[in-house]
Design a protein around this ligand. Structure first.
Ligand code: GMT
Length: 378
């Protein structure tokens, strides 16, 4: 099949999922055309003949206070779909991708081309931005006019049905992890590069947006470090980073907390982590937690959104109410102070991650694609 994929090319989870899915589909023989404003971060190189990249350019024009990205994207979609005989368009993140896809579909219909649209909902496109009254009518319309709709967790599906007037069936297809790639990459971990021998290593990875509650991350770490010598790895970039840096400095933790920025070496960081911290206020799935679990890192998390579908309380880690820092510290300590229990949780985390292996998830997407194409051709 010739498949066009629209996503955000940044370090966000939706872009990562879209890129990894495209690469996996390419390995299965499909021709994949990414259409975004930058080369997606996990694509790195384009030396695979099945993978193509089409840039969306939005020329600056001084009359516009806001440059019309949807317009540029829908025009580019028409172009790419027409000239590459695309069979199906898969858009990740509803805003504005599903909206631009619908416009492209209508323009193409006018010239006799029918293209099915699959929309995957990722989280904040529904729970935060999309449900705002300024956007809700357009998001509702674009979801209802997609040929197939998927959500990355049951929690996100429920949120979508509660927040919008949805007439379409929503299939849950969870996020996934390429275990084969992880296992083949794994090198002996050099903990000593980042921490002293006796120090425990805690890790947080996110885009440092307010809903990730990075100050909670630091407070959880502070509580743990007061009882057991530890280090905290803060991976990512985002609006709350400056606040986090100040908080670390005010709490005299500068030599204990490392800010590593955005990284393409998540595997290396996770392989020596003892615990992963994810105290988010909202989280439709928690792809970073799944990545950590695939490396055998237990999760100390909040109970937000779809996290409990990934992190099993008392098995692969622990779950507390959002903001309950004391409970998160106690849960972390119960693992770090008991090597046998920690080892068991590490094993269980890895086992749970296997349920989200790429192969079966890609099969689910292929089934959805085949259905969508069949509906159009019917
Ligand atoms: O987590 C973010 O803020 C980024 C965002 C995105 O769209 O890139 O992540 C959302 O999609 C990820 C992939 O499906 C999920 O794993 C995240 O849980 C979800 N984030 C939120 O719901 C806050």
């Amino acid at each position: 099949m010739n498949i066009a994929i629209v996503c955000y090319p940044t370090f966000g989870g939706s872009g990562v999922v879209a890129t990894e899915l495209g690469l996996a589909l390419g390995k299965r023989g499909h021709n994949i055309h990414f259409i975004t404003y930058n080369l997606p971060v996990r694509l790195e190189t384009l030396n695979d003949s099945k993978i193509h990249f089409h840039e969306v350019n939005v020329p600056d024009y001084p009359l516009f206070k806001y440059q019309p990205y949807e317009l540029a994207l829908s025009s580019r979609l028409v172009d790419v779909i027409k000239s590459n005989k695309i069979d199906l368009l898969h858009v990740h993140y509803a805003i504005p991708h599903a909206y631009a896809a619908y416009m492209a579909k209508k323009m193409l219909f006018d010239i006799g081309i029918e293209i099915p649209i699959v929309t995957t909902l990722h989280g904040t496109d529904i729970t935060l931005v999309g449900s705002h009254p300024f956007y809700r009518p357009a998001v509702t319309f674009s979801i209802n006019h997609s040929d197939r709709v998927t959500a990355v967790s049951k929690s996100l599906k429920d949120d979508t049905l509660n927040l919008f007037d949805i007439k379409k069936k929503i299939d849950v297809i969870p996020n996934f992890i390429d275990l084969e790639a992880i296992n083949s990459k794994e090198k002996p971990c050099k903990r000593t590069l980042l921490a002293e021998k006796e120090e425990k290593i805690l890790t947080h990875i996110s885009n440092f947006r307010p809903l990730k509650r990075v100050i909670d991350v630091i407070n959880i770490f502070k509580g743990i470090n007061s009882k057991i010598n530890s280090k905290l790895m803060m991976v990512g970039e985002g609006p709350e980073k400056r606040k986090a840096l100040r908080y670390v400095s005010d709490n005299k933790l500068k030599d204990k907390v490392l800010f590593l920025g955005n990284s393409n070496e998540i595997d290396k960081i996770l392989c020596y982590s003892d615990l992963f911290l994810l105290p988010s206020e909202k989280e439709s799935f928690g792809l970073s937690a799944l990545e950590a679990m695939s490396h055998g890192v237990p999760i100390i998390s909040s109970n937000a959104g779809g996290i409990p579908e990934v992190n099993l309380d008392g098995k692969t880690g622990f779950i507390s109410n959002v903001g309950d820092i004391d409970s998160m510290i106690n849960n972390a300590m119960s693992l770090l102070s008991n090597p046998q229990k920690h080892k068991l949780f590490k094993k269980q985390a890895q086992l749970q991650a296997k349920k989200f292996d790429l192969e079966s998830v890609v099969n689910s997407y292929e089934r959805i694609y085949n259905d969508a194409v069949a509906t159009i051709n019917y």
